[in-house]
Design a protein around this ligand. Sequence first.
Ligand SMILES: Cc1ncc(COP(=O)(O)O)c(C=O)c1O
Length: 413
Amino acid sequence: MLKSQSLDVEQVRKDFPILKRKIHGKRLVYLDNAATTQKPRSVIRSMVDFYSKHNANPHRGVHQLSIESTEAFDAGRKKVVSFINASAFEEIVYTRGATESLNLVRYAWGSRHIKKGDLIVLTIMEHHSNIVPWQLLAREVGARIEYVGVTPDGSLRFEELEALMGQSPALVAFTQSSNVLGTINDAQKICSMGRRAGATTVVDAAQSVPHMQVDVQKIGCDFLAFSGHKMLGPTGIGVLYGRKEILAEMEPFLSGGDMIKEVHISGARWNDLPYKFEAGTQNVEGAVGLGAAIDYLNSLGMDKVRSHEEQLAAYALEQMGSVPGITVYGPKDVSLRGGVVSFNLGDIHPHDLASILDEEGVAIRSGMHCAQPLLESMGLSATSRASFYVYNSYDDVDALMGALSKARRIFCL
Ligand SMILES: Cc1ncc(COP(=O)(O)O)c(C=O)c1O
């Protein structure tokens, strides 16, 4: 039996209570990690512990519980600071997730800085969360958007990016890792090209921060967004990293309690960073859970997480290579891709395929994956997608392959 060279998957699996579940009487094979990940006991326990022992509104009271809640909230933030190597506590803003982080940039930065006629550069492989906010902004101010295309093997067309950089874009927003193709983009290179062209850079790291070591200082981006739930943490908590100088000169996003220093009849003064962007009572248990998820990932080691996923992706690509009628999308070279494998099997509709796999206990995603422009550019309306994480094993890939064989039999392929 093949075993991961990087992680003790059997041991890891014991930390995830949900993996004991049976689905239609079969072992759960959870391969929908690009959508959301399962939670280890330590994350679940950290939130139960917070509510059992420390719950209060942070930043508001001087009583002991409020102090403990504030400490728990900011302890989670300190973990995020070192996890992505931000240079300061002030650079980490809590949001509800990557989508809200990108919208924060669109409203609080974009509305003031993007002007009529400005160029916004996106890539065709973006998730809708990194397209629609910019489309709305462009419509509001009269800016224009250009999309960098992808090659047939799913890599960005750098010559197109280069050409667009020559037109002095005001904003370059791109994903570090595609949730459909698995492609890992060279964020450092793109940000350096953007900087030289005078653009502000936004990195959608929803599919990278959970799966590889991400260093915002090395990347040199202005903003970077990700979600807790895709990295073993709870839903409803995410992060916007912003360079301190940029965040400092921005106006608030949402307004109300907590994001102010003073409010008078005549007006208000904003709170210090990062609280200026955190209006209202915050998701403290989310921050606690995200902190516990970071501890868990650190205990595995992000280099090992990455190499484990590379091994599973390589094995899946190799196995799929011998399935008649299958089309697999994205780069063939696993060093250029994450653990996301999208494919189509003959003319079986991905939703039908996902239903057949579900009967076998195998959970995959089917559809457009919130990336309709990419799929349209590939002449597709949907794909099936298997995506791996730390608790997936070679056995899981074998279970996927077995379920695909069953689907081929049912559809007489
Ligand atoms: C690349 C990418 N960006 C952004 C998002 C949005 O994340 P969320 O729904 O957690 O805000 C996703 C979610 O699938 C994603 O895959």
